[in-house]
Ligand binder design. Structure first.
Ligand SMILES: NC(=O)c1ccc[n+]([C@@H]2O[C@H](COP(=O)([O-])OP(=O)(O)OC[C@H]3O[C@@H](n4cnc5c(N)ncnc54)[C@H](OP(=O)(O)O)[C@@H]3O)[C@@H](O)[C@H]2O)c1
Ligand SMILES: [Zn+2]
Ligand SMILES: [Zn+2]
Length: 414
């Protein structure tokens, strides 16, 4: 039974205090922090229960060229997925902006579904839990949600903690659910006041990790952490990170904390000082002449991760900098096919890899690692009301190094 009841004007603190008198209806924990933006209306549910319901509003992409020339996300009402009993619902405190949001909104990816809500570095507070959730979340918990929203639970990948590779994945936006009452319903991201989805993809934020900086870890962070973990980066390894952007600047911190010698590889000298502050041991400004720039790095790196996303990528110039059995791993979404020169690849027994986000278990390990090693994305905050300004600035390459949108009326702090 999908029933929920609201208690007016509970403060964030009240909700966070689990000993507080949040009621329970049929196993559903009652919540609500009624905010200025979430108006309530009276509604009749299919099962006849009379409930109060939130009007869900968010920043909707009204077309699939939303960033061409000007930002044009519009704040309006939209429909969340139908409620399933393994869902949680959260109020969104913070949402980072990832390069993938910007590429999608600029029309660089598939055409967007109608009423797309992007945003997939979500930090929120649980306000409602289903009767059949897959983890121990309760109302008041702080959670993070990244790019993936659901998976099939049945395939080999889902059963071996590789959920991010499930062929029936649902992702944050421009995607549909394949299970339960939400089958065929579109997914919705976090540029909004609320998010609802399967509990398995809402990861608890370890206490002690600041909530605002945790947002960028949910996509950018886990995406760059995952290959570092998979390729067993540690003491004595040499890692190159291509692109000192959102993902790249977190990658420098993670790789350094794992004990590697880290080289930041950027297009210009402009980010050198920052890269060194982030923990880079070395810095290469490639300019236009990569052969010259890489002169002293022949057979140098155990692992090079490309977190950049130029339209075309000159992989041929990067193969010589890999050690024998070195790995070149793509995580940046380079739109055009990349040419692979086979002779040098064979000559170095080198490997080319790709990597996508991270499974829920990698997410948990990454968050704990970040907390333990004091890894903090460098963020600049915008009120979520200023989302269009933030997106345009991101598109120009201005973040140093991640923008985080804040819903102050939901409890986020600017
Ligand atoms: N694989 C996954 O699962 C996954 C997950 C999240 C994001 N992504 C992708 O990862 C890429 C990076 O995302 P991000 O959020 O880190 O973006 P970002 O903050 O914009 O960083 C991208 C960096 O790429 C470098 N770059 C090189 N050539 C560029 C060009 N022509 N235009 C713009 N930047 C260029 C820049 O670094 P320098 O100035 O240092 O050269 C820039 O800072 C995006 O393609 C995103 O879609 C993939
Ligand atoms: Zn699966
Ligand atoms: Zn992302």
């Amino acid at each position: 039974m999908d029933s929920v009841q609201h208690q007016d004007h509970k403060s964030t603190k009240d909700i966070h205090d689990k000993n507080n008198s949040n009621g329970v209806v049929d196993g559903m924990i009652i919540t609500e922090d009624l905010t200025k933006t979430a108006t309530t209306v009276h509604d009749e549910h299919a099962d006849g229960d009379s409930i109060e319901k939130i009007t869900y509003k968010g920043w909707v992409a009204v077309d699939d060229q939303a960033l061409e020339g000007k930002g044009n996300l519009v704040y309006k009402e939209y429909a969340l997925k139908p409620w399933d009993e393994d869902d949680v619902e959260i109020k969104v405190l913070y949402c980072g902006i990832c390069g993938t949001d910007v590429m999608a909104l600029a029309g660089d990816e598939e055409p967007l579904q109608p009423d797309t809500i992007c945003g997939h570095e979500i930090i929120g507070q649980v306000i409602k839990v289903g009767n059949n959730i897959e983890n121990n979340l309760t109302v008041g918990d702080h959670v993070g949600v990244g790019w993936q929203s659901d998976c099939c639970r049945e395939c080999h990948e889902c059963k071996t903690e590789n959920e991010q590779a499930c062929l029936k994945s649902t992702v944050a936006f421009n995607s549909t659910y394949h299970r339960g009452k939400a089958t065929n319903a579109p997914s919705k991201g976090g540029f909004a006041k609320y998010w609802r989805g399967p509990s398995n993809f809402a990861t608890p934020i370890p206490s002690g990790l600041d909530l605002d900086i945790a947002g960028p870890l949910m996509c950018g962070g886990v995406t760059i952490y995952s290959p570092l973990e998979r390729f067993k980066i540690g003491l004595g390894k040499k890692v190159g990170i291509v692109g000192v952007g959102g993902l790249g600047h977190m990658g420098i911190q993670f790789a350094k904390a794992m004990g590697a010698e880290v080289t930041a590889i950027s297009r210009t000298e402009s980010k050198k000082e920052d890269a060194i502050k982030l923990g880079a041991d070395k810095y290469v400004a490639t300019g236009d002449d990569l052969k010259k720039a890489f002169g002293e790095y022949t057979r140098y790196f155990d692992l090079v991760i490309c977190a950049a996303n130029p339209s075309n990528f000159p992989l041929a110039d990067y193969i010589p900098i890999l050690k024998v059995e070195g790995i070149f791993c793509f995580i940046g979404l380079i739109p055009n096919p990349v040419e692979v020169p086979i002779f040098p690849l064979i000559g170095s027994n080198a490997m080319i890899a790709g990597s996508a986000i991270g499974s829920p278990s990698v997410m948990t390990r990454m968050l704990n690692f970040a907390k333990e090693h004091n890894i903090k994305p460098w963020i600049q905050k915008y009120s979520m009301d200023d989302i269009n300004k933030a997106l345009i600035s991101f598109k120009k390459g201005e973040p140093r190094y991640r923008y985080v949108l804040v819903n102050t009326d939901q409890g986020g702090e600017l």
